[in-house]
Design a protein around this ligand. Structure first.
Ligand SMILES: NC(=O)c1ccc[n+]([C@@H]2O[C@H](COP(=O)([O-])OP(=O)(O)OC[C@H]3O[C@@H](n4cnc5c(N)ncnc54)[C@H](OP(=O)(O)O)[C@@H]3O)[C@@H](O)[C@H]2O)c1
Length: 387
């Protein structure tokens, strides 16, 4: 008897998470059928994916790139969609079971929001969605019967570990952080780091933006905020520990002191697959731990002086409201500025702090207001960078 397959749409399929998602689907023995793909501008890569996967749709966000590209080799059954409507069209279609949100940055919010409104299962890699609009997204999901499952490895580890106890037995969660390439750098050394050095992550191979976020530890700040809304935790229940090997993906402590963790090599295919197979577990292509090899697991408290992003993360998780959207947009803009050589590595976090302090805080904004603040924070950051 053939198994019914889960029909998935991969938003941001040409990126690092998107590509790994297609690998997971290809190895799923027909359990996962990819019926929609999307890119911003990488049309050639999207075409290659479409020829392999033969989806119902490919969507290109940047309409100009999509129009100019030669699509003659796209499979005949695949329809080309252009612009933001294309992404939303795929995310809400009745045939779709799971939407994988793997677009980078605040651009990922619209597709994730559409999926939640349509009551879909949302496999969420785009942490920015919850950083910007966590309370709104989680409330909408509850009202529409949508399920939000984490793809971020730390949140997947927490989600898996939480299954060892009841919710009212949970004491705290501990997010692990590799510490990035500058874990042992002094403040002075950090002032000199180049873009190339910041892009060389010691354990994970990821897209550019999240790689810089890992180096500043803003990634962990965003993850603190993501965890706050995803798991409905108090900010004081969320701690961070530096674990350079990236094998323990995060831990959960229960009331009796038991600490439960999920381990594995640094390979996103496992958390991606778990979000797609949940509540089942399947054999899959993720790398395995080999206990015949000697390896050690180290844990250090984070240095919040050298990595002030962590304090910002806790502060924004406490404040909620408009703070997350402003921090997120300020950071995206500052990271772009650093990659373009307009500011130094050590300017990124103070610049975010400055823009955050400048904004008109509102404890319960609408989605429209958050999008307006996203645009405002980018402009403020451009001013801060003196451009
Ligand atoms: N990479 C990881 O290991 C990892 C781990 C945990 C969480 N995440 C999260 O997953 C998300 C994706 O990260 P990534 O590393 O996979 O990023 P990435 O490699 O940079 O890929 C980003 C994807 O988003 C598309 N995209 C970019 N800008 C867009 C826009 N304005 N509109 C529509 N699509 C757009 C890109 O299309 P083009 O190819 O056309 O540019 C690409 O498909 C991020 O939120 C990140 O924080 C990533």
């Amino acid at each position: 008897m053939s198994r019914p397959s889960r029909k998935i749409v991969v938003l941001g399929s040409t990126g690092s998470i998107g590509t790994s998602t297609l690998d997971v689907a290809a190895a799923s023995d027909g359990r996962l059928q990819v019926i929609g793909l999307s890119a911003n501008r990488s049309c050639q890569r999207l075409l290659e994916q479409a020829r392999r996967v033969r989806p119902r749709w490919v969507a290109v966000m940047d309409e100009e790139s999509g129009r100019q590209f030669d699509w003659r080799e796209v499979p005949p059954e695949t329809q080309l969609l252009l612009g933001p409507e294309g992404i939303e069209r795929m995310a809400v279609d009745d045939e779709v079971d799971v939407v994988v949100a793997s677009i980078v940055g605040s651009a990922g919010l619209a597709g994730a929001w559409a999926a939640v409104q349509a009551g879909k299962t949302l496999a969420l890699a785009n942490k920015e969605t919850l950083v910007m609009a966590g309370p709104l997204v989680m409330r909408e999901a509850a009202q529409r019967g949508a399920t939000v499952l984490p793809v971020d490895s730390e949140h997947s580890a927490v989600f898996q570990s939480l299954q060892a106890g009841r919710r009212d037995e949970l004491k705290r969660i501990i997010l692990t952080a590799s510490g990035g390439p500058f874990r042992e750098h002094s403040r002075q050394e950090m002032e000199q780091v180049t873009v190339e050095e910041a892009l060389a992550h010691p354990t994970w191979n990821m897209g550019e933006k999240i790689t810089i976020d890992s180096a500043t530890m803003m990634n962990k700040a965003l993850e603190i905020i993501e965890a706050r809304w995803l798991f409905d935790l108090q900010p004081e229940q969320i701690e961070v520990v530096v674990h350079p090997q990236s094998i323990v993906h995060s831990l959960v402590e229960f009331q009796d002191g038991a600490v439960v963790a999920q381990l594995g090599p640094p390979d996103m295919k496992l958390p991606i697959q778990y979000a797609l197979s949940y509540p089942e577990r399947w054999d899959g292509p993720a790398a395995r731990l080999d206990f015949r090899r000697v390896f050690s697991l180290d844990f250090f408290p984070p240095d919040e002086e050298r990595f002030p992003a962590l304090g910002l993360g806790h502060e924004v998780a406490r404040r909620g409201g408009t703070a997350g959207a402003v921090l997120n947009a300020a950071n995206e803009s500052a990271v772009a500025g650093f990659l373009q050589g307009r500011i130094r590595f050590t300017d990124v976090v103070p610049a975010c702090r400055a823009v955050l302090d400048e904004h008109n805080y509102d404890p319960s904004p609408t989605l429209q207001e958050l999008l307006g603040l996203d645009a405002w924070a980018r402009k403020e950051m451009t001013k801060w960078m003196g451009v």
